[in-house]
Design a protein around this ligand. Structure first.
Ligand code: DQA
Length: 148
C-alpha cells in the first residue's frame, strides 16, 4: 500500500508566523507541497491532516488502518502529554515516524519526554522543516520505493 498519511498536531497550522526563530518561516502548506512533490516523483500519494484537537488526531490514526502504508506524525504539544495518541499508534500497527521541527532535547525540560517515541518506528528532529523531508525519504525507502 503506497500511501502515506502526514499528521500535524496543535498550532502547526500557524507555521510561518508562529515563533519563526524556532519553527522557521515556511508554512504548513509549503511543507505539504514539498512532500507531495517529492513523493509524487515515485508515484506515492501523501495525504495531510492537521488538527488542534487530540480526539480528532486519534480518529485520524484509527481511520488510517488499511488505507496507509506509513504515518508521519508531528503531534506537537501532544507529544509530551498524550497517552491516547500513543495508544492509537500502537493499536493500528502502521509503521510510523515521529517528527519535530525543533530539537526537543535542546528545549525546556517538559519537552524532553515523548509519549510517542517508544511506539513509533523511528524519529527525526531538529532539522527544521527538513525533518519532514528526511522522514518522508525514510518512509519511502521503508515502503520499498526505489529512490534513484
Ligand atoms: C514541536 C515541538 C513541541 O514541543 C511543540 O509543542 C510543538 C512543535 C516541533 O515540531 O518542534 O508544537 O513538535
Amino acid at each position: 500500500m503506497k500511501k502515506i498519511l502526514v499528521i500535524n498536531g496543535p498550532n502547526l497550522n500557524l507555521l510561518g508566523t508562529r515563533e519563526p526563530e524556532i519553527y522557521g518561516s515556511e508554512t504548513l502548506k509549503d511543507i505539504e507541497n514539498r512532500m507531495r512533490n517529492y513523493a509524487g516523483k515515485f508515484n506515492v500519494e501523501v495525504d495531510f491532516f492537521q488538527s488542534n484537537h487530540e480526539g480528532e488526531i486519534v480518529d485520524s490514526i484509527q481511520a488510517a488502518r488499511d488505507k496507509y502504508g506509513f504515518i508521519i506524525i508531528n503531534a506537537a504539544a501532544y507529544t509530551h502529554t498524550s497517552v491516547a495518541i500513543r495508544d492509537a499508534l500502537s493499536a493500528v500497527e502502521i509503521p510510523s515516524i515521529e517528527v519535530h521541527i525543533s530539537n526537543i532535547y535542546k528545549r525546556e525540560h517538559f519537552r524532553h519526554k515523548s509519549y510517542l517515541s517508544p511506539v513509533v518506528t523511528g524519529e527525526v528532529m531538529g532539522l527544521g522543516i527538513e525533518s519532514y523531508m528526511a522522514a518522508l525519504f525514510a518512509a519511502l525507502i521503508k515502503m520499498g520505493v526505489e529512490i534513484e
